[in-house]
Ligand binder design. Structure first.
Ligand code: AMP
Length: 282
């Protein structure tokens, strides 16, 4: 696996690959890799001839009081995991390489970011959209693979790509979970063993609400109450939001008439965790 740190080196390799006619998949990450990231790599390999990945902890998507400084970083371990996963090229740029000067351009998708995480992380999705656009322009993949765990992020990127006619196919892979249901996340590294157990409340609450839909619950507000009540019963867990939304528009669902996305953000100790579950509705 080739490891490159500059935009110029990526573009040079990309031009070489173009001459072979091979199709390229790209998996952007912030590192501290886990089985979820590796599943995206495998999906990329299924869909194309070659997979490239990036590891870049993007400062523009972190709020001033968020965990940019303490975000887990272990490039050597990430390098080994990606190489084991069959990735052909790892792009691991410095912040200066991606932002030689602060971006004067803003990419905003307000329709999709007014709710859910957007309420609690102002500016977050602008940072996500900006870095995604930039990385897609640098790498020029045929397919870019994202995870359903960050559903709102994938929705924003999908819409940005559509609106700006970025020539890439966006592929979203289902959330990879631990045995106890906890969605794999780089931020799980912050959790103590006790907090890890507490953190399973997210997937338990989502399952309970999905079960209620199957039993015939049709009120979005009632589903949100089920989620909130389940989290509320778990000492050590603090709810940030519980939502039942349309999976495409991310608008709150009043009456369930089709697929519903159940979504949660919960603090466990100092760690903020998110999870979601798509139910088919009726
Ligand atoms: P991150 O490194 O957290 O920015 O995530 C990089 C990519 O991996 C994003 O597209 C995430 O949605 C995806 N991802 C993170 N965790 C999981 C998971 N448990 N299952 C599937 N995809 C994931």
């Amino acid at each position: 696996m080739l490891v490159v740190t500059t935009v110029a080196a990526v573009q040079e390799r990309r031009d070489e690959l173009a001459r072979t006619g091979k199709r390229l998949a790209f998996v952007p990450t912030m590192g501290a890799l886990h089985e979820g990231h590796l599943a995206l790599v495998r999906r990329g390999r299924e869909l194309t001839d070659e997979v490239w990945a990036s590891v870049f902890v993007n400062p523009t998507q972190f709020g001033p009081s968020e965990d940019l400084a303490s975000y887990p970083r272990d490039l050597e371990r990430d390098r080994a995991l990606l190489e084991g996963g069959g990735v052909a090229l790892l792009f691991a740029p410095s912040t200066k390489e991606i932002y030689p000067r602060p971006s004067a351009t803003v990419i905003d998708v307000p329709e999709l970011t007014a709710g859910l995480c957007g309420v609690h992380r102002p500016g977050h999705f602008r940072g996500v959209a900006l870095v995604a656009a930039k990385l897609l322009n640098i790498v020029r993949p045929h397919v870019a693979v994202f995870g359903a765990k960050d559903w709102q992020q994938a929705a924003v990127i999908r819409r940005m790509v559509e609106d700006l006619a970025v020539p890439v196919q966006i592929e979203v892979h289902p959330t990879v979970r631990e045995e106890a249901g906890l969605a794999r996340s780089s931020r799980n590294a912050y959790l103590s063993p006790e907090e890890r157990r507490t953190a399973t409340v997210l997937s338990r609450a989502l399952s309970e609400a999905a079960h209620a839909v199957r039993r015939g619950e049709r009120q979005g507000a009632a589903l949100e109450r089920i989620l909130a009540a389940h989290v509320g019963r778990e000492p050590g867990a603090r709810l940030q939001y519980a939502a039942a939304v349309d999976p495409d528009t991310l608008q709150p669902v009043t009456t369930v008439e089709g697929p519903v996305l159940l979504a949660l953000a919960v603090h466990v100790g100092f760690t903020r965790l998110i999870d979601n579950l798509l139910t088919e509705g009726i």
